[in-house]
Design a protein around this ligand. Structure first.
Ligand SMILES: C[C@@](CO)(OP(=O)(O)O)[C@H](O)COP(=O)(O)OP(=O)(O)OC[C@H]1O[C@@H](n2ccc(N)nc2=O)[C@H](O)[C@@H]1O
Ligand SMILES: Nc1ncnc2c1ncn2[C@@H]1O[C@H](COP(=O)(O)OP(=O)(O)O)[C@@H](O)[C@H]1O
Length: 304
């Protein structure tokens, strides 16, 4: 039984896990050996919009349970949403198998990351679950071991375990953690891809496979750092309007987050933040605005 320093067992752990965006997302050809997934070269950056996953120990044999809280649950709220397919539950089962534990754990997810938004909300919840169980079950596995488990669940899940910045290659699952002093990050920071930001979020969701399929048809927009941007805008034009409004209002950078539809606008000053907020509200080109900053990292709390 794991201890929390005063000799008692740990019974509840919560993890605040940040969302993900891609400061660059270069997309190559689909590869048959990767099940048709495209070759990527991307700079991941964690954004300070957090989901909180709480994992509590249940009685032996009680099985798992899942509870979702939050005002914006997207398609997770529908009764048809299969709990067993939730990415946090998939992570629980993967960790249970890898560590020979029974999945007798209650999971509670407080969702704040927009769903189906291109911000890896599902991957963040899976990563939070992995980090929580590493403490709840007293595994204390190194990050590399946890990333091996995460990589079996999705391309951007290994990155979500560490946050900060990373270069992703392969189909996005090969991760090289980047320090903020690395040349890549220093160059992007110089171009304004760091610090204070606004997220333009939508009720609508985009399906990642559909965005990649559209990319295969129309390719990347000239000069776009995110090669999926033109495809996402063709499927969800309001995101393109939000980018134009943000840049006009003084955002240093504004772009689609990953496969979209959400838009990230870096706003380095109070004036820029106020101007972008007002331009988005007046043009009604976004449904919700979330103020945040980047980079960010997961935070683990031992509750009981
Ligand atoms: C686009 C990115 C950018 O980081 O993230 P999101 O914006 O969705 O968060 C990722 O590539 C999302 O990767 P991942 O999270 O694995 O996508 P999944 O939803 O699991 O993949 C669903 C489908 O997307 C397509 N896909 C995904 C990754 C990739 N490198 N090439 C692809 O073509 C494939 O059709 C795949 O079957
Ligand atoms: N815990 C979760 N949080 C969000 N989405 C989830 C979760 N578990 C499963 N999903 C499913 O994954 C899909 C993609 O969600 P998400 O990861 O938020 O978006 P994206 O892949 O665009 O970053 C959603 O449509 C949802 O049905």
């Amino acid at each position: 039984m794991s201890g929390n320093g005063n000799g008692n067992a740990i019974n509840e752990v919560s993890v605040d896990c940040p969302a993900k965006t891609n400061l660059t997302l270069h997309v190559g050809a689909p590869r048959s050996e990767w099940g048709g997934r495209h070759e990527l070269d991307t700079i991941y950056c964690a954004v300070g919009v957090y989901d909180t996953v709480t994992a509590s120990r249940k009685k032996p044999g009680a099985g798992f349970s899942l509870n979702l809280d939050g005002a914006y649950l997207g398609d997770l709220a529908s009764s048809g949403s299969d709990m067993r397919r939730n990415h946090a539950v998939l992570a629980l089962f993967a960790m249970a198998e890898a560590s020979s534990h029974e999945p007798d754990v209650a999971l509670n997810i407080e969702k704040r990351i927009p769903v189906g938004a291109g911000m890896a909300g599902g991957s963040a919840d899976a990563a939070a679950t992995i980090l929580a169980l590493n403490t709840l079950w007293n595994l204390d596995w190194p990050i590399e071991r946890l990333q091996q488990v995460a990589a079996t669940l999705g391309a951007d899940m290994p990155f979500c375990l560490t946050g900060g910045y990373a270069r992703g290659t392969g189909f996005g699952e090969q991760i090289e953690q980047l320090s903020k002093h690395s040349n890549d990050v220093r160059e992007l920071t110089k171009q304004g891809f760091a610090g204070r930001l606004l997220v333009g979020a939508y009720q609508a969701e985009l399906r990642t496979p559909e965005v990649y399929a559209m990319f295969d048809q129309i390719g990347a927009g000239a000069g776009d750092n995110n090669h999926l941007q033109q495809a996402a805008i063709s499927l969800h034009p309001r995101s393109g309007q939000a980018i134009d409004e943000a840049l006009l209002a003084g955002a240093k950078q504004a772009f689609i987050s990953g496969s979209g539809p959400s838009v990230i606008a870096f706003v380095p000053t109070d004036d820029a933040a106020r101007a972008v907020q007002s331009a988005w509200q007046q043009s009604r080109c976004v449904d919700r605005i979330i103020a945040s900053k980047a980079p960010a990292h997961p935070i683990v709390h031992i509750i009981a």
